[in-house]
Design a protein around this ligand. Structure first.
Ligand code: FEO
Length: 524
């Protein structure tokens, strides 16, 4: 683009050089028109390209969508989302992932501007979910010589989603495979369930750049600054990065841990996710966040009170409880109305805080519907390792307390702090004392030990294992001394050890739901 502008300036200066420059400009304009036509058959994409240079030969060619209301048609986005894609200009040209259809006008402008007349040799598909893959068909149409580099499962899903058979132009790769593109060597690392089973990440062994698919991504559009070190990430991005992680890949903590272990063996200089800013500094800071989130370790020694209230009685109790906890010396307390706050924010707060309070009215002899949905969503997202407390309300037959405890008890390593407080319609002289006692127990637990790991440990600071709570690991019963075999899910990588030489016929992978026929034996 710069060359074009310089050519125009020279052209206006007159003379033979000017004519030559004008001709050059016409040629470039013609190719730009041609490019625009190949994108959509019209001049829609006649704005200025918005690509950004990351290293000597690596460019960001993504785009942001601020019009989108719901990510995956479920998660509210107040500040949009970025779809990141990258081009490496080596002896061969390589495009890493594509974008959502909503932004492909800007995207193809960026791609053509960076390629600057060169053909595309490789399209690396790390993750084929449509927010990154819906432009694949157009890329393959526009660049008929490009080879798709991806996993076998991704190729199958591309066919399934888009009815594109890439078998005659695909390079199927697996863990440990490499591709040399000139000066760069790309190494492919499988990352199943981060966030879909077909996912891989690509490590540029020459520069240390890790194209990490959804990992280290975030909600929010990019506002000009594309690097995390250009923004106050902790103040302006962290909440949305956490909400993205917990809701999108929070269920798959063990799989994220697997990738973090692989990443620890690589000399990474830059994290290039498919969403959010790129990381070129303080990589350890965001990796530490991912480590905590994926191990379900609380990020903050803090209290989140979640209440479900109809006429305000339970809400009042939640506010009194928060006030008393605060007066007892705990600064980090938040109160959420589960009817008003989207559940994705509640999930993220549950991942952040060490102490969770669930306060619900009794509704049709059950848990208030928004609270029940929230608790069930916590189960789905693998919530574990927290101190929990309960407040129930019921005007004639309070029942929500035990029912909430029953759901929370299905989450591993949950410890109850204080006694269940029962309200009858609203806060009374009698139960305000019970609330005060609960606040004291919670504050003592939060303040008694600043170590998050010990704060959630059994018998620490008033916390007792919640009756019925399960242990962290999924277990298949094995008799003592019995011979065992290990099996690995071919879809998501989940590993399990069982007694004997076969998985039980009714065994289902707890991560992706596959049966025994999709497991392979781990030898040795
Ligand atoms: Fe951003 Fe899992 O797609």
């Amino acid at each position: 683009m710069e060359a074009t502008r310089r050519g125009f300036v020279k052209a206006t200066a007159g003379g033979v050089a000017a004519l030559a420059a004008l001709n050059a400009l016409r040629v470039e304009s013609a190719s730009a028109d041609e490019a625009a036509k190949r994108v959509g058959g019209n001049d829609l994409f006649s704005g200025k390209a918005n690509a950004r240079q990351l290293t000597d030969d690596l460019w960001w060619v993504g785009a942001s969508d601020k019009r989108i209301a719901l990510f995956e048609n479920v998660y509210p986005l107040s500040q949009g989302v970025a779809y990141n894609s990258y081009i490496l200009l080596d002896e061969k040209t390589v495009l890493f992932d594509t974008v959502d259809r909503s932004v492909w006008g800007q995207y193809f402008e960026n791609v053509y501007a960076v390629l600057d007349g060169r053909d595309l040799d490789y399209l690396v598909v790390n993750h084929m979910e449509p927010d990154h893959a819906s432009a694949i068909s157009q890329v393959l149409t526009n660049f008929p010589n490009a080879t798709v580099v991806t996993t076998a499962m991704s190729a199958a899903l591309i066919k399934q989603f888009f009815e594109i058979d890439i078998s005659d132009r695909a390079l199927i790769v697996a863990e440990g495979d490499t591709l040399t593109t000139g000066a760069h060597t790309l190494a492919f690392v499988e990352a199943p369930m981060v966030h879909w089973p077909e996912v891989m990440v690509t490590f540029d062994a020459t520069t240390g750049v890790l194209f990490c698919a959804d990992a280290f991504g975030s909600f929010n559009a990019l506002d000009g600054n594309i690097f995390a070190d250009q923004v106050n990430f902790q103040e302006t991005w962290l909440d949305e990065a956490r909400r993205y992680f917990c809701n999108i890949v929070g269920k798959y903590g063990p799989q994220v841990q697997d990738v973090l272990k692989k990443a620890a063996t690589l000399d990474i200089t830059m994290l290039c996710s498919t969403h959010g800013p790129m990381w070129r500094q303080d990589l350890g800071w965001i990796i530490d966040k991912y480590d905590k989130w994926s191990r379900y370790i609380p990020e903050d020694n803090a209290v989140a009170i979640f209440y479900g209230s109809i006429y305000g009685g339970t809400e009042n109790a939640a506010n009194i409880l928060a006030s008393q906890i605060s007066q007892a010396g705990v600064d980090n307390v938040k109160v959420y109305d589960v009817s008003k706050t989207h559940v994705s924010y509640l999930i993220a707060e549950a991942f952040r805080c060490s102490h969770l309070v669930f306060a619900s009215v009794t509704y049709n002899m059950g848990i208030f519907t928004p609270m029940k949905n929230f608790l069930n969503d916590l189960v789905v997202h693998n919530m574990q390792n927290r101190c929990v407390s309960f407040v129930e309300n019921g005007s004639w037959s309070p029942a929500s307390g035990q029912l909430m405890q029953d759901i929370v008890a299905t989450m591993p390593n949950m410890f109850q702090v204080g006694d269940l407080v029962t309200l009858r319609s609203t806060t009374s002289t009698e139960n305000v004392e019970a609330l005060r006692a609960l606040a004291g127990a919670i504050a003592a637990s939060v303040l008694g030990d600043k170590s998050l790991n010990t704060a959630i440990a059994a018998n620490s600071n008033n916390a007792q294992p919640l009756a019925g709570t399960v242990e962290a690991a999924e277990k298949v019963e094995i008799a003592e001394g019995a011979a065992t075999t290990k099996w690995k899910c071919k879809i998501c990588g989940y590993e399990v050890e069982v007694e004997g030489d076969a998985l039980p016929e009714d065994f289902k992978c707890p991560i992706c739901g596959q049966g025994p026929d999709m497991f392979e034996k781990i030898e040795g």
